[in-house]
Ligand binder design. Structure first.
Ligand code: GLC
Ligand code: CA
Length: 548
């Protein structure tokens, strides 16, 4: 079995995990302190979002130095201690490599600005149009033009994200060599996993105006992206077969993912794709609210399951990360069925074919932030888009309600360790407000309650280790057109697993089209689930059945 198939990854956003020195910002010592908690949960890897030196315009996704630790998170010694302490608990460390762009504070960019041509060629500088305007009409994903003018150079540089995040020029072999060396540097520190940020945007193709809108057709899954990944693989992580890698693929296509994460392709172990998390967007637009479309959600999940499997390619499976709202608020219920729906959503993901990722706090059923004031937000994307919505004439209340549902800060509020004022996250003033529901949703109470969401996640992780069908089984949808039930089968060498879920608050009657003979309940979110052919599923009821 490949090293990643029966593993579970836990994502840590260090800034919001645990603060040990009272400055209101989580730190690496905070992660070390909670390793016992993570061991109890049972995860195999921790993925740490960027802790490298950074001006923090985009919370560390604007890297100023790829080989250090930002002083707000600690020191390199802390990092080494973290790798060693995690290792003692059989937990490996995965780092987040932001290689599509650097901070404009990075010395490479600073030297480019100072006039060094060799470093100008590390980035994408272009001359203005005859009228002085930006070279193309491409848009930044954080709002506004994707080009920023540098008066002293008389040229624009490309930034697909914030203007302080300048895109690197992967066409330049010197850039590719530098990046491979950075990966090797972290390998030498015992790092055993890498997540590559928006890595399907690294090959830009042609610089032309986009008649369809924002420019993404020119740089998404670009012409040389597979070649670049194969080279990076050969030059760095591919040299250690224990290492697992995951690429974050923005607006990708499944065909490209067959190659990014296909067996024998020598690119990456697996991919994150996001189509299933756009079912409450109007098209690609996150800043228009529509209710989640369950049928689309199911179609997308199932077609990726079947498509990737038929090409021997591997998915990362997930609902949550630091860019997504909290799933229980999004597709579940924050009210009476909070616990049932959080467990149901967990079961859906952990039963799929792929490697499950848990985002900090998801294992407690943490909810959206419900900020009441604009000044509570910190996220650059949220703040920029709020201003754009207001410029387009939307009312303050309208724009606020969109942020309340879709802002990335929903997932970034501090971990809720206990019922205390700041949820046990800090003795100081947290950099982002703690959700007041820490009084009821917190780790301290859940690790004492066998019926908690926490122990449901623990059980799901344990089942993956116990039964090979979770890691290796085929995937087949069951009754895919049903309007309320999400059900599927996994099968592996005579072993079978059924995962059956009522995705809604309304009870529903379901005629199970498969014989249930010989199946036993492995896990459920009700104490007394009795599957029958004619099955009355209770609100958010979720059952894993096993035979063989
Ligand atoms: C990825 C990260 C996100 C960041 C962006 C730019 O999407 O997950 O947090 O803002 O890349 O680096
Ligand atoms: Ca701190």
């Amino acid at each position: 079995m490949e090293p990643f198939k029966n593993k579970v990854v836990y994502q840590i956003y260090p800034k919001s995990f645990l603060d040990t020195n009272g400055d209101g910002i989580g730190d690496l010592q905070g992660v070390i302190r909670k390793l016992d908690y993570l061991e109890e949960l049972g995860v195999d890897y921790i993925w740490l979002t960027p802790f490298f030196p950074s001006p923090q315009r985009d919370n560390g996704y604007d890297v100023a130095n790829y080989r250090g630790v930002d002083p707000s998170y600690g020191t390199m010694k802390d990092f080494e201690e973290l790798v060693a302490e995690a290792g003692k608990r059989n937990i490996r460390v995965m780092l987040d490599m932001v290689f599509n762009h650097t901070s404009t504070q990075h010395t490479w960019f600073q030297r480019a600005l100072a006039g060094e041509e060799a470093y100008q060629d590390y980035y994408i500088f272009r001359t203005p149009r005859p009228d002085g305007g930006p070279p193309t009409n491409w848009c930044s994903k954080f709002g506004g033009s994707a080009w920023e003018y540098v008066p002293q150079l008389g040229r624009y540089y490309l930034h697909l994200f914030d203007k302080t995040q300048a895109d690197l020029n992967w066409e330049n072999p010197a850039v590719r060599r530098e990046l491979a060396e950075i990966v090797r540097f972290w390998m030498s520190k015992g790092v055993k996993g890498f997540r590559f940020d928006v890595v399907n945007l690294i090959s830009k193709g042609e610089y032309l105006d986009d008649p369809q809108g924002d420019g993404r057709q020119f740089y998404t899954d670009g012409p040389r992206v597979h070649e670049f990944l194969k080279e990076l693989n050969r030059q760095s992580f591919g040299r250690d077969k224990e290492i697992i890698t995951v690429g974050e693929m923005s607006s990708t296509s499944m065909e490209h993912c067959f190659s990014y994460a296909g067996e024998g392709q020598e690119e990456l172990s697996m991919v994150f794709s996001f189509h299933h998390l756009k079912v409450d967007f109007a098209g690609n637009n996150k800043w228009v609210l529509i209710p989640p479309d369950f049928e689309r959600l199911k179609n997308i999940l199932f077609s990726w399951q079947e498509g990737m499997a038929s090409h021997g390619a591997w998915n990362a499976v997930f609902w949550c990360n630091h860019d997504q709202p909290r799933v229980v608020s999004r597709f579940g219920d924050e009210g009476v069925y909070w616990k049932q729906s959080a467990k149901m959503l967990a079961t859906v993901i952990h039963g799929l074919r792929g490697t499950p990722y848990i985002y900090q706090g998801e294992e407690l059923g943490m909810t959206n932030a419900h900020f009441t004031r604009l000044d509570q937000y910190r996220d650059v994307e949220s703040i920029n888009h709020f201003a754009l919505l207001r410029d387009r004439g939307m009312s303050e209340e309208g724009a606020s309600s969109i942020l309340r549902a879709h802002s990335r800060d929903n997932s970034r509020t501090p971990m809720q360790w206990d019922e205390g004022e700041n949820g046990g996250f800090t003795q100081g003033k947290p950099w982002l407000s703690v959700n007041p529901n820490t009084a009821v949703i917190n780790a301290a109470s859940q690790t004492k309650d066998p019926d908690s969401v926490f122990f449901h996640y623990q059980a799901l992780i344990r089942l993956r280790k116990q039964w090979d069908v979770f890691a290796l089984g085929d995937f087949t949808p069951i009754d895919p057109a049903h309007p309320a039930v999400l059900a599927y089968k996994r099968a592996w060498q005579g072993e079978e697993m059924l995962c059956v879920n009522n995705f809604f608050r309304r009870p529903c009657l379901w005629n199970c089209p498969r014989s249930l003979e010989g199946f036993q309940v492995l896990l459920s979110n009700y104490p007394d689930s009795h599957p029958t052919q004619e099955w009355k599923l209770r609100p958010y009821e979720s059952v894993l059945l096993h035979r063989g």
